[in-house]
Design a protein around this ligand. Sequence first.
Ligand code: EPU
Length: 343
Amino acid sequence: MRLQDHCPLKKYNTFGIEATADRMMEYESVEELQAFIQRRLSEGNTTPLLHIGDGSNLLFLNDFKGTILRSGMKEIHVTADEGDYVYVRVTAGIVWDDWVQYAVDSNWYGLENLSLIPGTVGASAVQNIGAYGAEAKDFIIFVDTVDLQTGEVRHFTAEECRYGYRDSAFKHELKGRYAVTHVHFRLSHSFRPNLEYGGIHKALAERDIDETNLTAEQLRQTIIEIRRAKLPEPSLLGNAGSFFTNPIVPKATFERLLNENPDMPHYEVDKDYVKIPAGWMIEQCGWKGKTLGKAGVYERQALVLVNRGGATGADIKALCERIQEDVEARFGIHIEPEVNFIA
Ligand code: EPU
């Protein structure tokens, strides 16, 4: 167990916001986490707890008056191998992309399109990360957690996690209560590439890669290159990936918008709902590449807000609110941050 008082948080959030936590605790086993909770219970300590991963989806608005928890557990175990499927238990503290690389190297398939998404394995199960037509929930079977109020271990099936677009029960009724310690994935022994998301066919053709002989490693590297071209590297320019989720609107709203904006990109969700790219709306409002104070909108992808250097959480929040107002005024749609604001 590693404990640190008055912990600077700059390196624990990819926005690079300067804030401090009263305490940081990194645990190396479930038992250590449980012992920590038992001690708090016996001391009657009710100060706030915040479990983080890599801090790639967080915005600290203030110093954190409590204890930040992190998993230092790094283990990958095959729990079953049956027919086409391999079942793998992965600790929450592993960096997501290290897990994707490990899976591809092991010839376990499915995660290729999720390459280079920032964050940890634990966060993937809270946030249902997604990209290029794939989502973490497509591969998650169940999740092991520790109840932060009692220290008890509890398992949640994927159904109990209630996964939706960038969403799960861990962001709603279970919020803050459970620390994800392990995620159980089901991957395939057969490689069935998912190339349908706009841009992948073109990117493969540009690289002279023959789709009929495509390998998982080639697909992974292509996805990495597509992401690098659009998304800023957090160590060079602080950011948290997509700042907003893409709004899902009823068909009637979509038809009104399309009438006014015939070139508007969109994705059908089901027969009643359509997803509209928030990045496109933000660009239409003239925000792409703009700066407000020390916060800015990334030049190559308007869905990404960036720290231009020395921004506070309040600077980023102010920019977020200005953008929300403009999108609402122009399109009549409220866009919601995907990033977690920590007050
Ligand atoms: N667009 C614009 N201007 C922009 C940005 C986008 O016009 O500045 C248009 C694009 O031309 C395209 C559409 O909007 O027609 C969608 O853009 P893109 O493919 O870049 O994807 P996105 O919807 O903006 C989502 C995810 C990303 C993920 C990509 C690729 C969300 C909130 N974001 O972005 O996830 O990498 O699709 O699958 O769903 C993240 O969550 O941090 C993240 C980066």
